[in-house]
Ligand binder design. Structure first.
Ligand code: NAD
Length: 298
């Protein structure tokens, strides 16, 4: 069924996602504060709207793909009283779990319905419509949004109630951040013991050390030719985004009183790495910082 969708936030991720909705036969009215993003989306068949309110008026669904929770809550403040009663608001941005729950509450209080549906898969996945969506909200809302999310991705998982999509996203990325540091430290330890990268890879990738950070995004050049380490650490998944996601995980760890030492430490290390050299590098480049620190201590 063809729907009329308001799509707000047409950046690196939102632009290609909106274009995939157009390809799937939906009418998409897009808005972005950046004129160049709006223009690029218009080139892909999105109807450009001069304001978010204009995009939302008369839309069946509102999809947002914005930088952070403040942007989402600020925008909701502007448009919740413009949308038709009962409109489904689907936020695909990666934001704080607490902000996601607030967004749900505000949408419902304004007579709307809501789903949080952050993604994994990066810009490549957004362009190829191979994203994974992690959704939080009611079953009816999930059922309504699912065909649209499926047009932009390969896998759509209903994780639970309000905020559960954001919770799944930060828990997954906490595993990823911690495991990338563990794999990097193991390679640097192996170097100091005279162990070749290939030998450690051949053992660990088929033994109990196996994980995505090692076998797909291997942080040292050689063993996995497609990994960013072989391409001067071009992302991939930028370290600044990993730092952001681990910061969201750290917020949830602290506010929940959860004991998660490695998650908190990984957040510190990725924030420092992103602030110093790595903001635009793939997050696996943290292996070089770990190696350099090793050299400084020797
Ligand atoms: P981006 O900065 O490229 O795009 C965000 C867009 O939102 C910008 O074009 C900006 O102009 C627009 N915007 C901000 N406030 C607005 C407002 N009030 N009204 C209209 N437009 C507004 O960021 P991105 O890389 O597309 O990421 C978007 C979200 O997706 C983030 O939450 C990010 O964490 C998440 N994410 C990104 C990736 C990735 O690889 N880039 C992967 C997974 C998840």
């Amino acid at each position: 069924m063809s729907r009329t969708v308001a799509f707000i936030g047409l950046g690196h991720m939102g632009g290609p996602m909106a274009a995939n909705l157009v390809k799937a036969g939906h009418r998409v009215r897009g808005h972005d504060l950046a004129p160049e993003s709006l223009e690029a989306a218009a080139g892909a068949g999105v109807d450009p709207a001069a304001s978010a309110g204009q995009a939302v008026t008369g839309a069946d669904l509102v999809i947002t793909m914005l930088p952070a929770g403040d942007h989402v809550l600020g925008l909701y403040g502007d448009i919740l009283d413009v949308a038709s009663p009962g409109t489904l608001f689907v936020d695909c941005s990666t934001i704080d779990v607490a902000d996601a729950r607030t967004a749900h509450e505000r949408a419902v209080a304004a007579g709307m319905r809501a789903l949080d549906a952050p993604v994994s898969g990066g810009v490549v996945g957004a362009e190829a419509a191979t994203l994974t969506f992690m959704a939080g909200g009611g079953s009816d809302e999930f059922t309504e949004a699912e065909p649209l999310l499926a047009a932009m991705g390969r896998k759509v998982v209903h994780c639970g109630g309000a905020g559960a999509g954001q919770a799944a996203k930060i828990c997954n990325n906490m595993i990823l951040g911690v495991s990338m540091i563990a794999v990097s430290e193991a390679f640097v330890l192996g170097e100091s013991l005279g162990l070749s990268h290939q030998a450690l890879y051949d053992v660990a990738s088929t033994a109990s050390g196996q994980c995505w950070a090692l076998s797909v995004n291997c942080p040292v050049p050689g063993p996995v030719p497609a990994s960013p380490a072989n391409h001067d650490y071009r992302p991939g998944f930028a370290a600044s985004l990993m730092a952001k996601d681990l910061g969201l995980a750290a917020n949830a760890v602290r506010s929940g009183g959860v004991h998660a030492e490695l998650g908190l430490r990984a957040a510190e290390l990725f924030v420092a790495y992103a602030e110093q050299v790595g903001a635009t590098e793939d997050f696996s480049g943290i292996v070089r910082t770990i190696r350099n620190q090793n050299g400084e201590q020797a």
